[in-house]
Design a protein around this ligand. Structure first.
Ligand code: TXA
Ligand code: MG
Length: 323
């Protein structure tokens, strides 16, 4: 496995070729790093599952270079989904749509729908364009972490997570720290109105403003394929506890205006909600690197991105990771 830091055009072409040849390429996106494979190559996709240690009935998001590729992967796209795609792509939003013939069971976990996203990150878009130049249709990419662990927001974290599970021809592209820091909002667009399956930077208010439709929230807590609701036991090795005062020797994550209790190890002091999302996963990793037993998180209030932070930190605390 080779790592290309701030990859040149030549290196991105090499990575696109590696994908076309059936190898894996981890790449930056604005949300978190993804572990990519040719979404039409069953063997390559099987390698994603084995590198992650992820059960094969969990569907993958297909990344495409623009809204123009949507028709290849989908049928019967409702008007509100087009409105969302026009407004928020490239961006931190995944749409679940009825699949075309191109989206095989090995991508969708046997479901009749497929998840699609156009990432807003220059290395990712460049890679997608080069891949399409070579005749590719889309890059399947889950977050580049082992099943149930914290998503990586830097190439170093990808290497720590997956380095020993990648093969010699596989690649990691480094594009700096992910700007958003939590995974994309996932919106089920297979019904008459949008259903928010996983909260992220594209919020229910934003969706309602664009579509004029009321957003519903996923109610079925037992639906394992619905994103982020999975019963996987996860994540930092440290035990995560929400909204309790930290004791000496414990890790602590909270907004900057909340003071650090005496003897507590401050892992992050974000000034605002956007920064909170960006640093959360790195702070959890830092806690593990310091060998901490417990990390206390004071959750931010409010909606929007704060909802996504509470969703992820709540899962970290309950041992249910987003995979
Ligand atoms: O921000 C992101 O979405 C990142 C970057 C790399 O794009 N990707 C990501 O992928 O978070 P992953 O696989 O770690 O999480 C995607 C979630 C999983 O829980 C999966 O089960 C769900 O989305 N998912 C994918 N396709 C789906 C589908 N057709 N129906 C329902 N859930 C789906
Ligand atoms: Mg994931």
């Amino acid at each position: 496995m080779e790592i290309f830091s701030n990859p040149t055009q030549h290196e991105i072409k090499k990575a696109a070729k590696a994908l076309k040849d059936g190898h894996l390429v981890a790449f930056p996106t604005e949300t978190v790093y993804g572990l990519g494979a040719d979404a039409t190559n069953e063997n390559a996709v099987a390698h994603i599952y084995s590198a992650k240690g992820r059960p094969t009935d969990h569907p993958l998001i297909v990344h495409i270079s623009s809204i123009n590729q949507l028709d290849k992967w989908t049928i019967d796209v409702p008007r509100y989904a087009i409105e969302l795609a026009r407004e928020f792509w490239p961006g931190p939003m995944t749409l679940i749509l009825k699949r075309s013939e191109l989206a095989k069971d090995f991508i969708t976990g046997g479901q009749d729908n497929v998840g699609l996203r156009v990432p807003d990150q220059s290395v990712a878009l460049n890679l997608l364009n080069e891949f399409e130049e070579l005749g590719g249709f889309g890059i399947a990419a889950p977050s580049a972490n082992r099943f149930g662990a914290v998503s990586p927001t830097t190439s170093e974290s990808v290497e720590q997570e997956l380095g020993s599970f990648l093969q010699i021809e596989d690649l990691i592209l480094d594009g700096g720290q992910s700007e958003v820091g939590v995974e994309s909002s996932i919106i089920d667009c297979t019904k008459d109105s949008p259903i928010l399956l996983r909260p992220g930077a594209i919020t229910s208010d934003m969706i309602e403003n664009i579509t004029g439709l009321k957003v519903q929230f996923n109610q079925n807590k037992n639906e394992i394929r619905a994103s982020g609701l999975l019963e996987s036991h996860y994540s930092p090795k440290a035990k995560v506890v929400i909204d309790e005062t930290a004791e000496p020797g414990e890790g602590f994550i909270a907004l900057a205006n909340i003071p650090t209790p005496t003897g507590v190890i401050r892992l992050a002091s974000p000034e605002n909600i956007e920064e909170y999302a960006r640093v959360l996963y790195g702070a959890l990793r830092a806690g593990d690197q310091k060998g901490l037993k417990k990390i206390k998180i004071i959750q931010p209030k409010g909606d929007g991105l704060a909802l996504a932070i509470r969703d992820r930190s709540g899962k970290a605390a309950s041992g249910k990771g987003s995979v």
